[in-house]
Design a protein around this ligand. Structure first.
Ligand code: NDP
Length: 276
């Protein structure tokens, strides 16, 4: 029989690490699969996914810029997907309907707490960004028990929408990007795409304290700009984390949803870490 087929959809997608991660998990657990990368322009995304599933595809990961469209085309949604309105994982159910998951938030929290040893409970967190990834991270930080969550975004209305959806004004609120003077945070998370598109982090350095941790959802060269800002502002270089661990952890959740088995993420993370 043919190996079950999976794919990641994005635009662009050529440099995605997802095939390598899923193939490594599969090898570890003795599971057969094929994992492709499919570059779909936004206008063709839904049709491309439907074709993939019609031809026997079992599951799809979804990345920029398709995560909202992935949510919208699904028939069923996990709680994590429903809260954010974005999906990074699609599964074809036995009856042909499509189920949307969002594993980004869980992947972020597992990476920072279990791999990074950072206990989120009781800490004050600042989240930069209000896009798809930021929404997932915001809910996950709240679930993980941060004392407060402050969200800033270039387009402030989008930050307000995230905070309104969370609906806990005593713990989660927004500020203007240039309104952070006089505040300080234990954790500063970059969930913008500034590292990819360019732009710069014009934030007051006083928001960093001696013990602050900085986390960039980007990894590799795209994390250089935020790391540069964070270290200049006083974050100890080894208290900076990039998003490679989150990438591996969100993949593990998708893998478990599809295969019913949990891979050991550490060897896969360590292998990728040597190169990124
Ligand atoms: P979106 O396009 O949904 O959101 C982009 C965010 O970045 C918005 O908040 C946007 O602000 C902000 N932004 C973009 N350019 C600028 C700029 N020049 N100045 C200030 N703000 C800017 O992207 P995603 O949320 O899907 O992804 C965000 C980042 O996270 C990407 O770099 C992605 O690679 C990374 N990521 C990493 C993952 C991992 O596993 N490690 C998982 C998911 C994402 P505005 O609202 O004003 O446009």
């Amino acid at each position: 029989a043919e190996a079950p087929r999976f794919a990641v959809f994005g635009h662009p997608i050529a440099h995605s690490l997802s095939p390598r991660i899923h193939e490594a998990f599969a090898a570890q657990l003795g599971i057969r699969l094929e994992y492709a990368t499919i570059d779909a322009e936004p206008a063709r995304f839904e049709a491309a996914v439907r074709q993939f599933f019609a031809e026997g595809g079992v599951g799809a990961n979804v990345t920029l810029p398709h995560k909202h469209a992935a949510f919208a085309m699904a028939d069923e949604h996990t709680e994590a997907a429903r809260r954010t309105g974005v999906a990074n994982t699609l599964t074809r159910l036995p009856d042909g309907r499509i189920k949307a998951h969002n594993t980004d938030g869980g992947g972020f929290v597992r990476d920072i707490t279990e791999r990074g040893g950072f206990d989120l409970r009781g800490h004050d967190a600042l989240l930069l960004g209000a896009g798809g990834a930021a929404k997932a991270v915001a809910w996950a930080l709240m679930d993980a028990g941060v004392q407060s969550l402050t969200i800033v975004n270039r387009t402030p209305e989008r930050a307000d929408e995230v905070a309104d959806a969370i609906g806990e004004p005593a713990r989660c609120h927004t500020r203007y990007w240039d309104g952070l003077e006089g505040e300080c945070f234990d954790l500063i998370v970059n969930a913008t795409s500034i590292g990819v598109t360019g732009g710069g982090f014009d934030l007051p350095m006083s928001i960093v304290q001696d013990h602050s941790t900085a986390y960039d959802l980007c990894y590799g060269a795209s994390a250089a700009e935020f790391k540069g800002w964070a270290v200049a502002a006083g974050v100890r270089p080894d208290w900076f984390r990039d998003g490679l661990g989150m990438l591996v952890e969100q993949a593990a959740d998708a893998f478990e949803a599809w295969h019913g088995q949990r891979p050991d993420t550490d060897p896969v993370y360590r292998e990728l870490r040597q190169r990124y």
